[in-house]
Design a protein around this ligand. Structure first.
Ligand SMILES: Nc1ncnc2c1ncn2[C@@H]1O[C@H](COP(=O)(O)OP(=O)(O)O)[C@@H](O)[C@H]1O
Ligand SMILES: [Mg+2]
Length: 219
């Protein structure tokens, strides 16, 4: 199992008192599989992805990635986990504006000391961004930026991809083609993919679909 959440609970403290977002989440994701995490806005999808991505810690339960409980890691351990094992894709493309597309694509791979020109060339080809390598992010359309962001994530060879509404800023046709590419590349790299979306139509493209409701998961 790449990702395994057991009995995960998470509350936030707010001015009006604590709110419990996740009550007792159990979720498993195997290598090569894609799971859509659906649920209404505010149901806790981003919260769950933050826990899986080591950006935050659960209050209760365990988040295991490749067999290790990442909630137990210290700050440097979590930073290392984020650099080496997990790839995050967000609705905002988060490319680095001051460097070229080519430099953006290699950025995480170099940080992870996994820069591999052959794999990168294959990604560039599959993502159809070869003609854009010398441009800067602001010179790209939204769909092009998200394809570059996906390339940057995959170039570092993570075992787990966490994508939070990755097509939320794109029109439907562009979003569909970006998601299709992300699924094809995840399969090609034999990755586990957890994708949060409020769109049932997009969720149906993935191997499995789970629903987050009332702080619990149902199939
Ligand atoms: N840092 C935070 N502090 C307080 N409340 C938060 C915080 N982050 C999210 N929430 C609340 O937790 C709930 C779940 O949010 P979120 O995980 O973003 O849901 P989703 O991604 O499904 O829309 C919402 O009610 C939101 O307002
Ligand atoms: Mg969200």
């Amino acid at each position: 199992m790449i990702l395994e959440l057991r009995n995960v609970g998470k509350s936030y403290s707010t001015a009006e008192g604590p709110i419990t977002v996740l009550k007792a989440i159990d979720l498993r994701l195997a290598r090569g599989k894609s799971v859509a995490l659906t649920g209404e806005s505010g149901s806790g999808k981003s919260t769950l992805l933050h826990l899986a991505g080591g950006l935050d810690k659960p209050d209760t339960g365990s988040v295991r990635v490749n067999g290790r409980d990442i909630g137990q890691l210290d700050d440097s351990g979590r930073a290392r986990y984020r650099r080496l094992e997990v790839g995050l894709v967000f609705q905002q493309f988060n490319l680095i504006p001051s460097i070229t597309v080519a430099a953006n694509i290699s950025f995480h791979a170099r940080l992870a000391e996994r820069y591999d020109p052959n794999w990168e060339a294959e990604l560039v080809e599959m993502l159809g961004v070869a003609h854009l390598l010398g441009r800067y992010p602001e010179q790209l359309s939204g769909g092009q930026q998200q394809r570059v962001a996906i390339g940057r994530t995959l170039a570092a060879r993570p075992t787990l991809i966490l994508a939070d509404e990755p097509t939320g800023n794109l029109d439907e046709a562009t979003g569909d083609s970006v998601l299709d590419l992300m699924l094809a590349l995840s399969r090609r790299a034999n990755l586990a993919l957890l994708l949060a979306t409020h769109s049932v139509r997009l969720a149906n493209k993935l191997d499995e679909k789970v629903v987050l409701r009332g702080g619990m998961i149902s199939q």
